[in-house]
Design a protein around this ligand. Structure first.
Ligand code: GDP
Length: 315
């Protein structure tokens, strides 16, 4: 990728896409094109084709997706499969048909089998059954990354994929029913602190292990891979540090200054017991994360407070 390249970032209003746009600007890539959802429906193949034909970007970064936490995914596997499949097929195939030479497709480490070896290497893909709570999302992302792999192998375009671990950071979605665990905890503890509630209710047993990566670290990894001439087809991006959900809760509670007790609602799902990705590959290429979890949570709580004060919390 060169400084003068025209770069299309799909999903630029989301937490990931906006972080990628910030990073591209910081690194001097000034020719970025975007479309809002209202301007371009990525589920509409004809509209996506028209867009690529008009703009003719050199590079595409696919950070658009329908995302959600364990609650939203487990209640809506059909919609998560359908919408993400449509977005992936249209944005990747549309780019290829319009002659886009380079594309980075973003997925998630939930593409790996539920009982994958830990830490999960890229080679674990499609070796055993998926986690049921987010199977729809995972299947759509697997199709997208496979489409990139096939086009690269058969047609010679540099289409490659990156699988981030659980992400958090500015611009996250704070929906307490359908959101991911970290932003949900921030909102629950902040709300309890402000209301002086005695108890915060969290889900499951608190024992599952999860890895978290600040979205600014992910954005740096995206630009790092885009600058490589011959990136691997599939690369994990994670922090390499895992914590139990219980430890995460204590960290978020401390960062917000909330004094409430924590109650665990065991009628809610735990999801996959462990999800740590093996980051040997990306580290061997020369990338590493810079923002540790405590610092990242502190910064994100500040962002949440600023977004709340400005009245633009996404839910
Ligand atoms: P996952 O990593 O794909 O499973 O999705 P999440 O980001 O939603 O994380 C889910 C993990 O956090 C599960 O083990 C949940 O039981 C646990 N958890 C604890 N409290 C909450 C909560 O309030 N919301 C969510 N989404 N998950 C919670």
């Amino acid at each position: 990728m060169e400084k003068e390249d025209k770069i299309y970032v799909a999903g630029h209003r989301g937490m990931v896409g906006s972080a990628i746009c910030r990073r591209l600007a910081k690194d001097g890539f000034a020719n970025v094109v975007t479309r809002t959802h209202a301007e371009l429906d990525l589920m509409d193949p004809a509209a996506v084709r028209r867009f690529y034909a008009e703009e003719k970007p050199d590079v595409a970064v696919i950070a658009a997706a329908k995302v959600g936490g364990i609650g939203a995914n487990s209640a809506g596997n059909a919609v998560f499969l359908y919408e993400n499949e449509m977005i992936a097929m249209n944005t990747v195939m549309g780019a290829f048909e319009a002659g886009v030479k380079r594309l980075l497709f973003l997925g998630s480490t939930c593409i790996y089998p539920r009982m994958a070896p830990q830490p999960i290497p890229e080679s674990a893909l499609l070796t055993s059954p998926l986690e049921k709570t987010n199977e729809g999302y995972a299947l759509a992302k697997i199709s997208g990354l496979k489409l990139c792999e096939f086009l690269r192998r058969d047609k010679g375009v540099t289409y490659h994929s990156l699988m981030p671990t659980n992400l958090y950071g500015p611009g996250d979605n704070y929906d307490v029913v359908g959101g991911h665990v970290l932003p949900t905890m921030i909102r629950k503890f902040e709300t309890a602190r402000l209301n002086r509630d005695p108890v915060v209710n969290l889900w499951g047993s608190g024992t599952p292990l999860r890895e978290f990566l600040h979205v600014d670290d992910l954005a740096a990894a995206c630009v790092f891979l885009l600058k490589m001439d011959n990136p691997p087809d599939l690369v994990n991006v994670g922090s390499g540090r895992e914590v139990t959900i219980r430890t995460l809760a204590e960290m978020v509670k401390a960062a917000t200054g909330c004094k409430a007790q924590i109650a665990w609602d065991r009628s809610k799902p735990d999801g996959t017991p462990r999800k740590l990705c093996d980051t040997t590959l990306i580290r061997s290429l020369g990338w590493k994360p810079e923002i540790d979890l405590e610092e990242g949570i502190r910064r994100t709580v500040e962002c949440y407070r600023a977004e709340l004060a400005a009245g633009n919390i996404r839910v």
